[in-house]
Design a protein around this ligand. Sequence first.
Ligand code: ASP
Length: 634
Amino acid sequence: MLDFLGTKSRTHTCGQLRAADAGQSVTLMGWVNRRRDHGNLIFLDLRDRYGITQIVLDKELTPDGHAKAEQARPEYVLCAVGKVRLRGADAINPKMPTGEIEIAATELFILNDAKLAPFSPAEEAIANEEVRLKYRYLDLRRFEMQHNLEVRHKVAMAARRSLSARGFYEIETPFMTRSTPEGARDYLVPSRIHPAHFYALPQSPQLFKQILMVSGFDKYFQIVRCFRDEDLRADRQPEFTQIDLEMTFPSEETIFKVVESFLKAAFRAVGIPLHTPFDRITYDDAMRKYGIDKPDLRLPGLTDIRDAFTTEQMETLAIEPSLPVVAIRIPRVGEISRKERDENRPLFETKKGAKLLDDLKRLEKSFPECVAKVRDLSHFQPDDLLVIVAGDRDEYVRYLLGRSGTKFEGRLSEREIAVLSAAGNLRVELAKKYADRHGAFEATARAIAPASYWSGTDKIPVSRSLARQAFRPIWVTDFPMFEHDPETGSWQPAHHPFTSPHEEDMDRLVSDPASVRARYYDIAMNGLELGSGSIRIHRQDVQQQIFRALGMSDEEAKDRFGFFLEALQYGTPPHGGIALGLDRLVMILAGASSLREVIAFPKTAKAIDLMVDAPTPVSDAQLKELHIRPALRG
Ligand code: ASP
C-alpha cells in the first residue's frame, strides 16, 4: 500500500545535514539508493539531487516504519521522519558530506514504488548507451548526469549575467524562418496553409542578429538552439545550443573582451580562475606552429626543422624542398617498439602529399649531424617521441601541383597547409594515444573533478597556476576568406558569406581569392573549437561583391538574401559578433566524453531520440493536410 504525501513537508534535502544538526527532528524525501537489511535494523540510503543521507529503521523504535522499509526497494520514493544523530566512530563515511550523521527514523512512508530498473542509477554509467538513452529519466538520476547538468546551468547563468551586466539584451529570434547559410542542410517544416512552402529551422540566428544591429539594439545575445542537418558524425547533435552575440561598432578586440569576461565568469561559477587575456595567434601562425586551426597548447607545437637538412639530404630522402619540414615532439613517451611505430602509421594521413619519417635512430645512422640538429631545434629530451613530417616530393608532383598557390607575400599556400595539417593531425592523434605517458591532460582532469561523491556544490579550490595549465584558450584570427573546393573548383566562404574581408585585401577578391584574409576569428581551447565569429560586412555594395566572388549571381543572391541586402541599405552600422557552443563548453568543464553527456535529452549519432522514439512516420491524413504525398515516404 502506498502512502499519501498528505501535509508532510520536507525540512531538509538529502545532502544538507551535518554533525552540527544532531538532535534535530527532520523530514527527508527521496529515492532509495541502496537498502541493507540487518534484521532488526534496516539501513536505507535516501538520495536526491543534493546528496545521500542514511536512514536507520530500528524495529524497536518504529515497528511500522521497519515493516515499510522491508518492502522498500531501490528507486522507491520515500518520506522519512526522525531525528538526526551522530554515527558511531567506526560508521563514519568520510567520502560523503553527510557521512557523520544518520537519521533515526520514527516514521517511514512509501510515496511511490518503482519497477525493477534496467540499470541502477546508484551505479556508474552502463556501457550500453542505447539503454541509457531509452531510459534517460533513470540515467539522469545518476550523480554524474546531475553534476553535468548542474555545470551546464551554472555556465549558462554566468554567461547570461555577465552579458546582461555589460548591457547586452537577450532577444529571441524565430525558429520557423528561412534558410540561413551555415553550410549544413536545413531542417524543413512544411506549411499547411501555404502548399509546397516550407519554413527552415535556423542553423543559427545569424541574419536576425545582424538585423537587430541594423535596428539599433547595439548589443544582443541569446542562448539559443540551432538546427543543422549534417552528415552523421560521431559527436554531432542535430540541435545544439549557442551563446550567440552581436554588437555594433566593435573591433575584434571589443568582442574578445566581452567573450573573455563571460567565459571568466562561467569558469568562476564552477570554481576555476580562468586567466585573461587569452593568447592570440593568426591562422597562418597556428598552422605553422600547430598544423591546425584549433591548437591544443598543453603540448609542444611543431618545430620548423628545415634548416637541419642539406639540399642533398632532402634529395636522398625525397623531401620536397619548397614545403615545410617539421618535427612533432610528444614528451615522456619513452622508447617505442618497431611494432608500436607501425601501429602509429595509420594515424598519419599520407593523402595530403606529406611523408612521415618516424625512425630517427635509423635516420641517424646515415645523417647523424642532421638528426642532432633536429633534436636540438625541437628541445628533445631523452624520453620524448620525435617524428618528422615533410612534403613528399613524388606525391607533391602528382597531387600537390594541382592545388592553387598563393601570390600573396608571407601567406601560406594550400600546399604548405596540406603538409602542416598532416603533421598537426598526427600530433593530435599521438597526444591522445600517449596521454597516460605525457600526462599533459592531467591538470585538466584535476581542475574539473567534483570534490567527492555527491558533494553538491563544494569543490576543491583550483589554484591559478593549475587553472593556467589546465585550460589554454586561444584566439585564432585572420583566417583566409575563402576555401578552395577542389571537387567543384569553386571558392567557398571559410566562415559564412557575411564575414568582412580585410580592407587592404579587398582589391584581390577576384584576382587572387586565396590571398584574401577575413576578419574572422575562432576561439579554441584545449584542442576544441569553442566558437567562431567575425566582423561583418555592413555595406550592401561589398556584400554583393562577396556574393559575386562566391560565384552567386545577383539573381540568386536576391532570391536567397534579398531581405537582407535590402536591410543593408537602410543605415547599417559596422557590426560584428560571435557564437560559442554551450554544449562544448560544458563538455570541457564537466570532463564529459561526448556532447550527449551534457544534453538532457540528446539524439544518437543517427539523429534518433530513443526515449520518445523520434522521428516517426506520421499518418496519411497529416501528410495530406501538409500537401505531402504519402508515396514519398521511405
Ligand atoms: N553564426 C555563426 C555560427 O553559427 C557565428 C557568428 O558568426 O557569429 O557559426
